[in-house]
Each structure stands twice: as structure tokens, then as C-alpha cells.
Design a protein around this ligand. Structure first.
Ligand SMILES: Nc1ncnc2c1ncn2[C@@H]1O[C@H](COP(=O)(O)OP(=O)(O)O)[C@@H](O)[C@H]1O
Ligand SMILES: [Mg+2]
Length: 237
């Protein structure tokens, strides 16, 4: 029996950035090969500047590798133009960053519906709105639908950002230092929530973090160092 196609596959991926003339290129990622199966939860750890965000951006079709291949759901992203990549990002991927990037003048519910506005049928239908309400209730914000981001705590704002990332039922949720701006208690709570949603929503989860507590909650820990990826401490337990 053939092994099922992984949700995400990186084949000999390298990424270099140009530097000032004559200084040569900066090699950030070197020859990274990696498979992530549907449903997995994976942490990517490594020191600051080790290329974690660069790697996540390649996984999220926000940037292209210098060489190598990135496959998502059996599709080589290299074959897609900018328009198709934008559709992949909108429909198949969810993003959470250290900063929530919520729209300050929109309500909590309006914010989580923003990714549905790009749908060909013209956006937030009743179904999307209902899903938004249910997910906000699920993350404990059922009574805050009409509030603006400024009326929420940092942890609550990140939970809104997580719901916004999940609203289009993505296959893959990518989080870059999602707890980086939170206090210890809120960070632990958000970490737990991400793992629970990974299971409940059947969404594959990749979390970049330098917080060991958060990394340990994931099923697999990968460590980025000197541009290369190694299996870290292994799964919890
Ligand atoms: N667009 C860019 N242009 C040039 N250098 C970059 C760019 N993005 C990141 N870098 C460099 O690549 C290295 C890795 O950055 P990054 O992926 O942000 O690391 P991390 O997220 O692990 O802190 C750093 O040295 C950073 O300065
Ligand atoms: Mg980073």
C-alpha cells in the first residue's frame, strides 16, 4: 500500500537573501527536507535569527525558496502564479502572528469574517457568520462579538486572531511566535487552545516559537540551527 501524500512536503529547500553588493548572499535555510502529515502538530524551535520565520513563510506561500520544492496537499507551489498562490493562502492556510493584526475599528465578529470576504460568492454569508459565532464561543469570546479589539486583553485578541485564521476551514494553521507578546498565563492558555483546535478542527498545526513550554505541547519538535533542521526532543510524554 502506498503511503499517503503528506499534507506538506519540503524537498531540499534552500533560501538565501541578497546582501549589499560584494558581500555575497546570506544563506538562511540549507537543504531542508521535511514531511508533515495531515493532523500533526509540529513546533519549530531555534535561536532568534535562525530562520524560523523564513521557513514558515515558505510553508505559507508568502515567499518562494531560492531552490528546492514546497508541496502542499500534493500541489507543487512552484507551479502556481501569484493569483493562485493568493487563493491557496486564503482557502487552505491560516496564519497567526505575534501581533494580532486585527482591524481596530471593526468588531470581533467582523474581524474574524474578513478572510471570508474574498470568496467568489461575495463573502460573509449566514453560514460563515454562524461559524464565526460558534468558534468565538468555543474560544470563550461568545459575549465579546460586538467589542472592538481595543476592549480586549492581549490573550483575548490572540484568540480572535486564531478564530480568524480558522474561519475558512484551512488545512494548515501556521503560527509565528503566537504567544510572544503574552504574559505567562495567557501564553499557556493559548498554547492549550491551539492544540485542542488542532484536534477538534482537524487542522494541521505548525508553530514557530522559542518558548519551550509551547513547543513541548506539540506532537513533534523540530530544531532549526545553522540553516538545517533536526528532530529535537521528540514528542511529548
Ligand atoms: N527579507 C529579508 N532580507 C534579508 N534578510 C532577511 C530577510 N528576512 C530575514 N532575513 C535574515 O534571515 C535571518 C533569519 O531571519 P528569520 O527567519 O526572521 O529568523 P527567526 O524568525 O528565526 O528569528 C536573519 O539573519 C534575518 O536578518
Ligand atoms: Mg521570527
Amino acid at each position: 500500500m502506498a503511503t499517503p501524500e503528506p499534507l506538506l512536503r519540503l524537498v531540499r529547500v534552500s533560501k538565501q537573501f541578497d546582501t549589499a553588493e560584494g558581500a555575497g548572499a546570506l544563506a538562511v535555510l540549507r537543504d531542508i527536507t521535511l514531511e508533515i502529515a495531515a493532523g500533526e502538530s509540529v513546533a519549530v524551535v531555534g535561536p532568534s535569527g535562525s530562520g524560523k520565520s523564513t521557513l514558515l513563510n515558505l510553508m505559507g506561500a508568502l515567499d518562494r525558496p531560492t531552490s528546492g520544492e514546497v508541496w502542499l496537499g500534493g500541489q507543487d507551489l512552484q507551479d502556481l502564479g501569484e493569483h493562485a498562490l493568493a487563493a491557496v493562502r486564503n482557502r487552505q492556510l491560516g496564519f497567526v502572528f505575534q501581533s494580532h493584526h486585527l482591524l481596530p475599528h471593526c468588531t470581533v465578529l467582523e474581524n474574524v469574517l474578513v478572510p471570508t470576504l474574498a470568496h467568489p460568492d461575495g463573502g460573509a454569508g449566514r453560514e460563515a457568520e454562524e461559524r464565526g459565532r460558534l468558534l468565538l464561543e468555543r474560544v470563550g469570546l461568545g459575549r465579546r462579538l460586538g467589542h472592538r479589539p481595543g476592549q480586549l486583553s492581549g490573550g483575548e485578541r490572540q484568540r480572535v486572531a486564531v478564530v480568524r485564521a480558522l474561519i475558512n476551514r484551512p488545512k494548515l494553521l501556521l503560527a509565528d511566535e503566537p504567544t510572544g507578546a503574552l504574559d505567562r498565563g495567557s501564553a499557556a492558555e493559548l498554547g492549550r487552545l491551539l492544540v485542542e483546535l488542532n484536534r477538534e478542527q482537524a487542522v494541521t498545526l505548525v508553530v514557530v516559537t522559542h518558548a519551550p513550554d509551547l513547543a513541548r505541547q506539540m506532537g513533534r519538535v523540530l530544531e532549526l540551527r545553522d540553516g538545517r533542521l533536526t528532530d529535537g526532543e521528540g514528542p511529548r510524554g
